[in-house]
Design a binder for this molecule. Structure first.
Ligand SMILES: O=C(COP(=O)(O)O)[C@@H](O)[C@H](O)[C@H](O)COP(=O)(O)O
Length: 381
């Protein structure tokens, strides 16, 4: 057995410039300083700090396995430091995603989003990390399904003997906090029956069936469910391993050529197209969006992060971006109406219920005559 390396992405929104747009460079520098010191002390092997929209992304490699208090504590410290900068500069929503003052061993349930994948490095270990803003973890359901279970997307499912048996999906129910393992292709329709409800059922992990190799991990934290109130959107991340018996990089990127509708966007309350963008466009503007995603390509070499390459920085995705803009325009024309605005179940976790609360005593039973009388009484005052 070779050495095990863990790739951890821990992300949080701890304040940004000009609303929920993007972090200040000094915040990224503060987080970088903390991780650089940890690298010097051999707590982590390597790291990279970036952002998508207003979310700071800590990408780290280490030998400590998933959910390790040293790694989570380090991320917490980096976010605290970036929050301090945000407070000094009076940035917007300083410390937004840090739901607790004190760290208690693990950032899960404390606000930040987490995707961690422990691996035995293959001879070459190509990996893609995805980072999204203004959307929820279920936004990954459709692309992950297409990558690992749709032969019209992934030719390797048909052609490559190592993939031909299919993959095992772990689907997580965010409301019940439990998950189920399901096999594709044989249980594909059952998988789809669940993950077509992306606000509740989220693909959390995918394993290659032939040898149980862990191929993908998605962050499943739903910030508003954790906080019990509207805080911001979850802005999920994912790690997908590529090539040599796994989907090729091009097969992993392919589903993102369709800018599918996801929940999030303005006030976490609207459906909009997920737009794949290069890092330089990883900041939201129009109606605080549209929701965006970047894809960073890496090779992991004895834990060293070789990269990133900015995978959506390609004219091949120009048409997708144009289509996303057209869809954004179409959806925007609906204003406050569904299906642009989310449905009532999803709106439960936004600020709308407090508006509706004000109206609750003004509803009257619809017995026509009495209603007309009551209205005429009200109007005559
Ligand atoms: O979705 C949004 C922020 O989500 P985020 O923090 O990026 O997860 C924004 O659209 C805000 O909801 C919007 O700008 C209003 O913000 P507040 O004035 O309520 O802070």
């Amino acid at each position: 057995m070779g050495e095990k390396i863990t790739l951890s992405i821990i992300k949080a929104d701890v304040g940004s410039i000009a609303g929920h747009h993007m972090p200040h460079p000094d915040q990224l520098a503060a987080a970088t300083k903390i991780l650089a010191e940890a690298k010097q002390k051999d707590i982590i092997i390597d790291f990279y700090v970036t952002h998508v929209g207003d979310d700071i992304q800590l990408i780290m490699t280490h030998r400590k396995g998933v959910d390790h208090p040293d790694i989570h504590g380090l991320a917490w410290e980096a976010f605290k430091s970036a929050t301090k900068v945000a407070r000094e500069l009076k940035l917007y929503a300083a410390g937004q995603d840090l739901l607790s003052e004190a760290f208690s061993g693990n950032v899960r349930g404390m606000g930040p989003g987490v995707a961690e994948l422990e691996m035995e490095e293959r001879e070459a270990e190509p990996v893609i990390t995805f980072h999204a803003d203004k959307t929820e973890p279920g936004a990954f359901n459709m692309p992950i399904y297409r990558i690992f279970a749709d032969p019209f997307n992934t030719a390797g499912l048909v052609i490559d003997p190592k993939m031909h048996d299919g993959f095992i999906f772990e689907v997580y129910d965010v409301f019940e906090g439990r998950s189920v393992l399901m096999k594709t292709p044989e249980e594909s329709y059952d998988v789809l029956a669940l993950i077509g409800t992306p606000g509740r059922y989220i693909v959390r992990r995918v394993y290659r069936k032939s040898d149980n190799l862990l191929a993908a991990v998605v962050s499943v934290e739903r910030l508003n469910l954790t906080a019990g109130r509207y805080v911001g959107k979850d802005d999920p991340v994912a790690i997908v391993r590529a090539q040599h018996g796994l989907p090729a990089v091009g097969e992993i990127l392919e589903p993102f050529s369709f800018p599918h509708l996801v929940a999030g966007w303005m006030r976490g309350s609207h459906h909009g197209p997920l737009m794949p963008v290069p890092m330089r466009y990883a900041k939201v503007t129009r109606f605080d969006g549209p929701p965006r995603i970047i894809a960073l390509g890496w090779n992991i070499s004895r834990g060293r992060l070789i990269g990133p390459v900015d995978l959506f920085d390609d004219v091949a995705f120009d048409e997708t971006r144009r289509l996303a803009e057209t869809i954004a325009e179409y959806m925007r024309r609906h204003g406050p109406f569904m299906p642009h605005r989310l449905g009532p179940e999803e709106m439960e976790y936004t600020t709308l219920p407090s508006v509706l609360e004000k109206l609750k005593d003004r509803f009257v039973k619809t017995e026509e005559a009495k209603v007309v009388k009551k209205h005429s009484d009200l109007l005559s005052h």
